[in-house]
Design a protein around this ligand. Structure first.
Ligand code: ADP
Ligand code: MG
Length: 399
């Protein structure tokens, strides 16, 4: 595991200013925040620093203002949501550096919390401009990164600041890194990966990385169709990237070479139209799909067999649904396999880590989110981690 500094490594920070990168890219509707999950994730770090007597300055981006001020993307909109979650008054500072910001910080007392303006209002953020980093750093004494979801980007507030100030992982960043390390860093073996979702093309690097690491690779969802086609199966009018069958065969060969068993569905749920509970719904062997049918889910007997694979494993990492789960009854395989994984986790025989936008939605829908060992809500950063890439915002915390 890469070693990184945490809040446990802080000395006395009474009266010091902590610049804390958090995720305030909150979902909004009609000018109001609709979900505060990301604030709740950062709250333990904010409150721990405030309790230790630091003046806490939150740094974050919102939307894509492209290096210019935009009244519709100001972080002033997040003040109420943050105050509601942490139960403290929060000062909004409409700058990120300079004299106005310094004066505002001067007013804060130990334990107070402020929010600096949207970092992407300045071009130096995405350019990771050293002069811009130095100007922000003048406001603070230490830097804490609690936004794993932004750690795949080498921006000023996610990477550059960690080079100019003493830098630490916040509690939610720490929890995420520890969970991910249990899943693929130093996992208990055997390890299974479930990879699903629509397309092989969006997860090529994930698949290539995993075949070298895991003992069992379970492929479901639309991407399984491309693998089936590569093996000569007629998948009818299923979603399938026929131009990637060569790549699929390369992945299967790489798996074989590294002793990874690949599990493709042998039984599938098909229909002639993509609609809820269609009249043409049927379950069949993969070799019996008609030319006018499409595969929309893994069949029940095949899912049970996959559950038996999970029972032999100690670690599971999951990205991508097994079927078109948004439409009934094509949610069945995802829900059934998720429930098996959840039960094994509850019994203590499996460490289960999952992530990905639709995957998190599917696991919530299956009602198992609380039973998994860890669910990452960091979409892009989680996928880059699954690709085996070093995340710049994480790497810099260990330097
Ligand atoms: P994530 O966001 O978790 O990384 P993806 O975006 O890769 O997941 O994939 C999710 C999408 O894949 C869902 O919208 C789901 O409907 C779709 N999908 C899964 N199986 C199939 C299938 N057999 N045919 C068409 N679409 C599918
Ligand atoms: Mg998705």
């Amino acid at each position: 595991m890469s070693v990184f500094r945490t809040l446990d490594d802080l000395g006395d920070i009474q009266g010091k200013v902590a610049l804390v990168r958090v995720d305030l890219n909150l979902p909004m509707r009609d000018g109001s925040v609709t979900d505060t999950t990301r604030v709740r994730a950062a709250a333990p770090t904010i409150l721990e620093l405030a309790d230790k007597g630091a003046k806490v300055l939150l740094l974050a981006h919102f939307g894509r203002p492209g290096g210019e001020r935009s009244s519709t993307m100001s972080l002033s909109m997040m003040v109420g949501a943050v105050e509601g979650v942490i139960g403290k008054e929060v000062m909004f500072i409409p700058e990120l550096s300079g004299d106005v910001a310094k004066q505002a910080v001067g007013i804060l007392r130990p334990g107070d919390v402020g929010i600096l303006e949207n970092s992407r209002f300045w071009k130096g953020e995405e350019a990771n401009d050293p002069a811009f980093c130095a100007a922000i750093a003048e406001l603070g004494d230490i830097y804490v990164n609690d936004a794993f979801s932004a750690a795949h980007r080498a921006h000023a507030t996610t990477e550059g600041l960690a080079r100019v100030l003493p830098a630490y992982a916040g509690r939610s960043m720490q929890a995420e890194l520890e969970a991910l390390d249990k899943a693929l860093g130093e996992p208990k073996k055997p390890v299974a990966a479930v990879v699903g979702g629509a397309k092989v093309s969006s997860k090529l690097d994930v698949l290539l990385h995993l075949v070298g690491l895991v003992d069992h690779l379970i492929i479901g969802g639309g991407m399984a169709n491309t693998f089936l086609a590569a093996k000569g199966v007629d998948v009818g009018k299923s979603l399938c990237e026929h131009d990637l069958t060569g790549t699929a065969n390369d992945i299967l060969a790489a798996a074989e070479a590294s002793g990874c068993t690949v599990h493709l569905p042998y039984e599938v749920v098909v229909s002639k139209e993509f609609a809820a509970n269609p009249a043409s719904l049927r379950t069949c062997n993969v070799h019996e799909v008609a030319a006018d049918e499409m595969i929309l889910d893994v069949g029940p007997a095949a899912v049970e067999a996959l559950g038996d694979v999970l029972k032999t494993c100690r670690t599971l990492v999951w990205n991508g649904p097994m079927g078109a789960f948004e439409t009934e009854p094509f949610d069945a395989a995802t829900v059934a396999l998720a429930r098996t994984a959840a039960a094994l986790t509850r019994e203590g025989s499996l460490v289960s880590v999952a992530g990905g936008g639709d995957t998190v939605a599917a696991l919530n829908y299956a009602g198992v989110a609380d039973d998994f060992s860890y669910i990452s809500t960091a979409g892009g950063a989680f996928l880059e981690w699954m690709e085996g890439r070093e995340l710049p915002g994480v790497a810099v915390l260990g330097q």
